[in-house]
Structures are given as structure tokens and as C-alpha cells.
Design a protein around this ligand. Structure first.
Ligand SMILES: Nc1ncnc2c1ncn2[C@@H]1O[C@H](COP(=O)(O)OP(=O)(O)OP(=O)(O)O)[C@@H](O)[C@H]1O
Length: 306
């Protein structure tokens, strides 16, 4: 049940084109055992394509996906739990029946599949829905069934495409605790999301992709470390242009008397402080810790600048 220590899902130099569109360009990253990995990127950046290739429902043009050091094939795919972004359930089948069927399809004996389906429906708050057709459930409940479908065969790896989208706050809590539990049991867990506050709070590491490439990967603190230093200054008497004479300093945000400035490597923060004090009182002068949303915007806007 528990993934072996040291088990890693390796995404290695995947390339994928759809005609003239380059969807993936040497996409490379690892998701380690026990890790919650947030996979983020703009619309069309290549998240779904990567996850579909990792699950084996889409062929790659080149590159490889490995689990525990071996290329993922028909057999090892059974150790992966996959939740697609589009609903992949049989609408007319009843919830429990469907989960049992999917468990058996992945090699479970009927009795074990039934037991697991009962356990997951209870855990995910679906015990009153077991005999309902999937199409009669609300979208959020259909998503819970979709999660149960990814988990029913007790996979060693989880790949989830936008599992949190459209969930109410209670369902977000349930989803979060289930994913945490699977990671704590040793599974690599990768999920895509556009909810960056949630990703920041929840993930051990984050990968930001842009135009089919991994452009920033690490803990949020590591990503902050790669970004230029930002300083927040509250100087009520300062007028626009007050920092123009400080080499390597740029105003990136300005709201009332509060300015956020980005400093290039080697720029002198003391020179900036002197410039701020020259305008009058300074109520705040502190390093600004960018949120993931801000780091994401910086990385994505470099695309435009290039
Ligand atoms: N079947 C397809 N045929 C042609 N182009 C496709 C196909 N599937 C995806 N693409 C293109 O490949 C690129 C990557 O798409 P993908 O769905 O992987 O992005 P995504 O990061 O998951 O986006 P989103 O956040 O919008 O879900 C996009 O340019 C998309 O238009």
C-alpha cells in the first residue's frame, strides 16, 4: 500500500506537438515520495498534456516518464491514480457500482473493490449517494466521485488535474486532507491548479510552467530566493520619481503612500533608504515577501518581455 521509500515520479524531457503547436518543450521535473507538488501555469501552458502523458492516456513525441526508475508501462500504470480535468465517469452508472467496476478493471478482486468503494464513499461524504446515478449528482459531488475513482485501487502515485476547481470550502478541506494523507503514506502527489493561494498554503514544492517548459521549480521560499529583492516603503511625503536616482531600483507597485520597489543584484538598499528619508518621514522600510501569485506573474510576464 505504501510507496517504497525513495520512489520518485520522473518527467524527463517530454516533447509534444499538435500540428504546428508546440505543447511541451523538454518538460522536465521530479515529484518525490511523500511530496505534494503543485503544478501551475497559464491557460494552455501544457499542464493537462503533461499529466495525460504521465498517465499514459496520451503518447509523447519524445522523452520518458519513469516511476521507481522504470518507464511507466501498462502494468505500472495501475499504481497511478489519475483524476482528469474533464469528467471521465459513466453518467448513467450508479456511484458504488461504478467505483467497484473501476477497482476491478485495475485488477482488484470484487470483494476488495467493494470494500474500498464503500470506504471511500464514506470518507468523501457520499454515503447517501451510493445508489444514485452519477449524472444526477451536483458537479461538486461528481468531483468527489471522480476522486474516489482515482483512489479506489489504492494507488502509489496520484496525478490530479485541477481537483480543487469548483469545490465548496468543505469539499476543499476533504480533498486537502485526503491528499495530505496519501502523501504522508509516501505517495508522490501532483496536482494542477489555478488557485495559487491554495497551492502556496498546501504544497511542499511548486512547478511553474510557461509555454510547455518548466521555468521555476522549488519550495515557495526557494522561488522567492530566485526573485530580485523587493522592498516596501511607506513614505507619505514622497512624490512619484523620488527613487529615480537610486541605481538598480524600480517601482513595481504604488498605492497611496506605499511603494514596492524591486532592486537588481548589487543595488544598495541603504541608498534607497536615504532617498526615502530625504522625502520626509518614513513609516515603513521592509523586505517584501512576494506571494506565489506575484512570483507567478513575474515568471509569466517574462514571457511577454522575451
Ligand atoms: N487535442 C489537441 N489538439 C490540438 N491542440 C491541443 C490539443 N490539446 C491541447 N492542445 C494545445 O496544447 C497546448 C497545451 O494545452 P494544455 O491543455 O496541456 O494546457 P493547460 O496548461 O492544461 O491549460 P488550462 O490551464 O487551460 O487547462 C495548448 O496550446 C492547447 O491549445
Amino acid at each position: 500500500m505504501t510507496a517504497a521509500t525513495g520512489s520518485t515520479l520522473e518527467i524527463d524531457r517530454l516533447n509534444k506537438r499538435y500540428g504546428d503547436i508546440v505543447a511541451l518543450n523538454n518538460m522536465t521535473f521530479d515529484v518525490r515520495a511523500g511530496e505534494l507538488f503543485g503544478f501551475v501555469g497559464s491557460n494552455g501552458a501544457g499542464k493537462t498534456t503533461t499529466m495525460r502523458i504521465a498517465m499514459g492516456v496520451l503518447a509523447t513525441d519524445s522523452g520518458e516518464v519513469r516511476w521507481q526508475g522504470k518507464p511507466v508501462d501498462f502494468d505500472t500504470r495501475r499504481s497511478i491514480g489519475y483524476m482528469p480535468s474533464e469528467r471521465g465517469l459513466y453518467p448513467k452508472m450508479k456511484v458504488l457500482e461504478q467505483l467497484v467496476y473501476l477497482g476491478e478493471l485495475r485488477g482488484m478482486p470484487a470483494s476488495a473493490a467493494k470494500k474500498a468503494a464503500n470506504e471511500w464513499t464514506e470518507r468523501l461524504g457520499l454515503e447517501g449517494r451510493r445508489k444514485d446515478e452519477v449524472q444526477k449528482l451536483s458537479l461538486g459531488n461528481q468531483q468527489r466521485v471522480q476522486l474516489a475513482a482515482a483512489l479506489v485501487h489504492d494507488p502509489e502515485v496520484l496525478i490530479l488535474d485541477e481537483p480543487f476547481s469548483g469545490l465548496d470550502p468543505m469539499a476543499v478541506d476533504v480533498m486537502s486532507s485526503v491528499l495530505r494523507e496519501k502523501a504522508a503514506a509516501g505517495a508522490p502527489v501532483i496536482f494542477s491548479s489555478h488557485q495559487l493561494e491554495l497551492v502556496e498554503r498546501f504544497c511542499d514544492r511548486v512547478g511553474i510552467i510557461r509555454a510547455g517548459e518548466m521555468v521555476a521549480c522549488g519550495t515557495v521560499d526557494e522561488l522567492r530566493g530566485e526573485a530580485n529583492l523587493r522592498i516596501q516603503v511607506d513614505a507619505p511625503a514622497a512624490r512619484p520619481g523620488w527613487s529615480d536616482a537610486v541605481p538598480g531600483a524600480r517601482v513595481v507597485e504604488h498605492n497611496g503612500s506605499v511603494y514596492v520597489l524591486e532592486l537588481d543584484t548589487g543595488a544598495d538598499d541603504q541608498q534607497l533608504l536615504a532617498a526615502a528619508m530625504a522625502t520626509g518621514p518614513v513609516h515603513e522600510f521592509s523586505p517584501h515577501r512576494p506571494a506565489l501569485t506575484e512570483l507567478f506573474r513575474n515568471v509569466v510576464s517574462q514571457e511577454v518581455a522575451q
